[in-house]
Design a protein around this ligand. Structure first.
Ligand code: FES
Length: 80
């Protein structure tokens, strides 16, 4: 049986790392491991996505999250 998971891309390039990209990754990893998100998302660390002025950057559900925080991303993920 195939399990469909949505991808969340998180930039961990140099500028995003300085602006909290790694913390964003860690927080989202923790949050998506719990209910109601458990098993629905796959987090992927990326290199620079060439939008360094918007660091930290994440991409999920066809949205760019610029200068984002875990809460902002999770709010959008909750929406169906
Ligand atoms: S380092 Fe993240 S977009 Fe460049």
């Amino acid at each position: 049986m195939k399990v469909k998971r949505q991808l969340i891309l998180i930039c961990t390039g140099k500028d995003c790392k300085k602006s909290g990209g790694k913390e964003l990754y860690r927080e989202l990893k923790k949050s998506t491991a719990k209910e109601p998100f458990k098993g629905q998302f796959k987090l992927i660390k990326t290199k620079c996505m060439d939008m360094c002025k918007s660091a930290p950057l994440a991409v999920a559900k066809d949205f760019y999250f610029k200068k984002t925080s875990p809460l902002k991303v999770l709010e959008v993920l909750k929406k169906p």
